[in-house]
Design a protein around this ligand. Structure first.
Ligand SMILES: Cc1cc2nc3c(=O)[nH]c(=O)nc-3n(C[C@H](O)[C@H](O)[C@H](O)COP(=O)(O)OP(=O)(O)OC[C@H]3O[C@@H](n4cnc5c(N)ncnc54)[C@H](O)[C@@H]3O)c2cc1C
Length: 803
């Protein structure tokens, strides 16, 4: 084993081997993979090897497509067979709702270039004769599905990497990791030490243990998973290989394995494996079978696919594999640990392993993953994702693997975890809560406790009317919203302005003022949108998306503040309430001696003022598009502030409103939001944020690329549509058609109660951005006429906010 390497990859499962191969492909040849047993001895060797292109996140779906297309290339390079069986596959729907979901999946596939085909139950039965069609109402056929040989794939990655100069060391455990002051690592192994510039944790079942070597508690948990292989089925004899099949109602997947069928389940009675610590003596091992646990799924399977129940069971496999709380991989650099990278929590190694290796290697070599990997970025989790939180969420995720997640559905596990001081008051006001980074926040308010429950649906839910009433109160009088679920940073010290001016695309505002700003990467793409609030000459309060707090902190490490400047995350320290609507000023004025007139406290003012006895930071700004104020207080004051506003609000027609109303109101104003309209695949001009980029500044991160984008006009445009929807609105990821062709995709959608029509935001090619007619948006399989709005549907001049 060499004693120096540019990269040490820990773990020789399918993921570590893919990372190794992709590093060599990206040009780094001096790379070493260390595996404590044989390659594949963790969760890889006993996998069923199935692969699919469909994923809930379109960007992860793209990486899955990449992975599947890679196998041929690997075989060509190495001569090693990957054992490919590209049979195609069918997802079966047993209910109308599942069929709606399949229609939406097909629609999304259109702009991802997937050729998915909706079929009737009869057609499905022709494709997959083992099914009893009376249990199904239709299906979705995907030609790019099948399975591979887990061992063959892992060997192929390793061989291709070795051919390019990489080294693979087996039967050697990494026992510790020690950082050096220059950011490199000493990798301590059973067979001696290796000095490495970078370390990748691809430890799979042991990723937590490898993380703990550097003080990291990664949110991953292994779950037991069982599949069985039947004896030969006479009906299969002499037939061509059966296609893959997913039966959502039975929570079953099945495919042919030699003369029989392999049948796996994601059972509701899910069982974690080694919830605290993974034993090191587990290698190439399986767990005791427990058919009792999967009996309910098997009963359904034998009814839906009778031939499977007519033969014996040849083999049962029970093995563990890991999941993150949301089921997506954990990939990327770790904040606070230089040159330490992770590629773990990959629950679908044969669909995702290639994409994970590609993204991580580009990130390491080029400084950027080269794709929008937010859905699998390890930075989406913060300290709140503790071991017990992870345990609860992973179990929930596993048992729901084949269940529909409706766009308005909130999941119950691990709740409530974080609450603000006004939580009980909001509960008493019949709030229906959502969960955001583990924090309970109100979505909408019901008239009574009995009605404080939302039906989950693809259509407008029972919340529709109540949300409408909240919007009207904000439009006509005043609404009160809890806004504690925003991210916040406080930047202090001499040099704060210079540092922020370099990091952010807009000009840092003067003292007492607010400026909105994109944050760009070197390629001029959007990696954040911030509200900069200048409290003092050397104190700036940044408001941003809370879910991206770790992501931002990691970016701030790349461009560290100079000595004397401190950047402090303070999301839960300053929590907030917002008042919005034409009477919000009169209400707030009745509680403060500070003059709130537009002359004295104009739009985009930010100041420390007292509200009653409560010291607060107040910004004159509102995401609703109405006259409004965001009020930030330290948490011990929030209850007093709430009580004060509620008591004084009675005479002004105050009504509580929640996140749902806020979402529809921001769409009426064509305001985008992070992770929806703003993502690292869009530039500021494409996203309509060009006016917040100050080219008057000599330099800032991404300036040259943003200038180029401005001059070329960019490839895409974010636009707003009014949609002839019926009882279902767009919610995101629907295709946008123009004159019979799919030209773009929706990022957000909702019914705009103030403008009384259904709306959607989405991206289309710049060349089409001046067209207003000829558009359609596909909602649950129906193409709905859509008109592009040439300005924000509500108050395009902004007179309400400014007045
Ligand atoms: C029953 C079953 C069926 C499955 N079916 C499918 C399927 O159909 N399709 C699909 O895509 N996925 C399937 N999976 C999941 C798939 O197995 C995983 O996604 C994949 O194996 C993850 O690979 P990995 O490389 O991340 O982890 P692992 O395979 O666990 O690899 C990690 C490696 O790191 C090594 N290691 C850890 N710590 C150290 C250390 N300190 N020093 C040296 N080496 C170390 C381990 O020995 C191990 O070999 C299935 C899993 C199971 C259990």
């Amino acid at each position: 084993m060499r004693s120096d390497a540019r990269v040490v990859v820990i773990g020789g499962g399918v993921v570590g081997a893919s990372v190794l191969y992709h590093l060599t492909k990206a040009g780094w040849k001096d790379v070493l993979l260390i595996e404590r047993g044989e390659l594949t001895c963790g969760s890889t060797w006993h996998a069923a090897g199935g692969m699919h292109t469909v994923n809930g996140d379109p960007n992860v779906a793209k990486l899955q497509q990449y992975t599947i297309n890679l196998y041929k290339e690997l075989e060509q390079i190495t001569g090693q067979s990957c054992g490919m069986h590209l049979t195609g596959g069918i997802m079966l729907a047993g209910t109308r709702e599942r069929l709606d979901w399949l229609k939406m999946t097909k629609a999304r596939g259109r702009y991802l270039g997937m050729e998915l085909e909706l079929v009737t139950a009869e057609e499905a039965a022709k494709l997959f004769p083992l099914m009893n069609k009376r249990h199904f109402v239709g299906g979705l056929f995907d030609p790019i599905e099948g399975h591979v040989d887990p061992w063959g794939v892992t060997q192929a990655y390793a061989k291709a990497a070795q051919a390019a100069g990489a080294e693979v060391v087996r039967h050697t455990r990494v026992v510790d990791l020690k950082p050096r002051t220059d950011g490199s690592w000493d990798v301590i192994t059973e067979a001696g030490n290796v000095h490495a510039e970078h370390v990748v944790n691809a430890g799979g079942l042991w990723a937590r243990e490898v993380g703990r070597m550097v003080g990291l508690e990664l949110p991953v948990l292994a779950m037991e998973h069982q599949y069985l292989i039947t004896d030969d089925i006479p009906a299969l004899k002499g037939q061509k290989e059966q296609i893959h099949c997913i039966d959502f109602e039975g929570e079953i997947y099945t495919r042919q394995e030699r003369g029989g069928m392999l049948l796996g389940t994601y059972e509701r009675a899910a069982v974690p494996w080694s919830p605290g610590t993974t034993p090191w003596d587990f290698a190439q091992s399986l767990l005791p079978e427990d058919l009792e646990r999967i009996a309910p799924s098997l009963e359904v399977a034998f009814e839906h696919f009778p031939a499977l129940g007519e033969v014996g069971i040849r083999k049962v496999v029970n093995g563990p594999f890991t999941f993150a709380p949301d089921g997506n991989p954990l990939v990327g650099p770790i904040r606070g640990l230089r040159n330490f990278w992770v590629a773990c929590g990959v629950m679908a190694g044969f669909s995702q392993g290639g994409g994970v290796g590609l993204a991580l290697s580009q990130w390491m070599v080029e400084g950027d993953p080269g794709a929008d990997v937010w859905a699998m970025d390890v930075a989406r989790y913060g300290d709140w994702a503790t071991l017990a939180y992870t345990n609860a969420k992973v179990r929930e995720n596993y048992s729901r693997r084949f269940r529909i997640r409706f766009p308005n559905e909130e999941l119950p596990a691990a709740r409530p975890l974080r609450t603000t001081p006004v939580y009980e008051r909001l509960q008493a006001a019949h709030a229906v809560f959502g969960d955001y980074c583990g924090l309970e926040h109100p979505l909408w308010f019901a008239p009574s406790a009995e009605q404080a429950h939302e039906d989950i649906t693809f259509h407008r839910s029972n919340a529709h009317g109540h949300v409408g009433a909240e919007c009207r109160a904000v439009q006509e009088a005043v609404g009160l919203l809890e806004i504690s679920n925003y991210g916040k940073f406080e930047v202090t010290g001499a040099g704060s302005e210079e540092w922020l001016a370099y990091l952010m695309a807009n000009r840092v505002p003067r003292v007492g003022r607010i400026a909105l700003t994109p944050m760009l990467n070197e390629r001029g793409k959007l990696i954040g949108d911030f509200t900069m609030c200048r409290v003092g000459a050397e104190r700036v309060f940044l408001i941003c998306t809370w879910a991206a707090e770790v992501y931002y902190r990691r970016w701030f490490e790349r461009y560290p503040p100079p000595a004397g400047v401190t950047v402090r995350p303070c999301a839960m320290e300053y929590i907030g309430l917002s008042v919005a609507g034409p009477r919000s000023r009169t209400l707030l004025q009745s509680l403060t001696r500070t003059d709130l007139s537009t002359a004295a406290f104009p739009f985009l003012t930010f100041r420390a003022i007292d509200i009653g006895m409560v010291p607060a930071l107040v910004g004159r700004i509102s995401f609703t598009g109405e006259l409004g104020y965001e009020i930030w207080v330290t948490s011990e004051y929030q209850r007093a502030l709430y009580d004060l506003l509620i008591a004084a609000g009675h005479s002004h027609g105050l009504r509580l409103f929640g996140g749902r109303a806020l979402n529809t109101m921001r769409i009426e104003k064509s305001f985008g939001t992070w992770a929806r309209e703003y993502r690292p695949i869009y530039g500021p001009h494409e996203a309509g944020l060009g006016r917040f980029v100050d080219f008057g500044k000599d330099d800032f991160v991404g300036r040259a690329a943003a200038l180029e984008e401005k001059e070329s006009g960019g490839a895409l445009r974010l636009v707003t549509f009014s949609v002839d929807a019926q009882d279902a609105d767009a919610s995101g990821d629907e295709p946008i058609w123009h004159e019979g062709r799919v030209v773009g995709w929706v990022t957000s959608g909702a019914y705009g109660h103030r403008v009384q029509r259904s709306l959607a935001l989405g991206y289309i090619p710049t060349g089409l951005a001046s067209a207003t007619e000829g558009f359609e948006i596909e909602i649950i399989g129906e193409r709905r006429r859509a008109r592009r709005e040439s300005a924000a549907p509500l108050d395009p001049s902004g007179s309400r906010m400014r007045g």
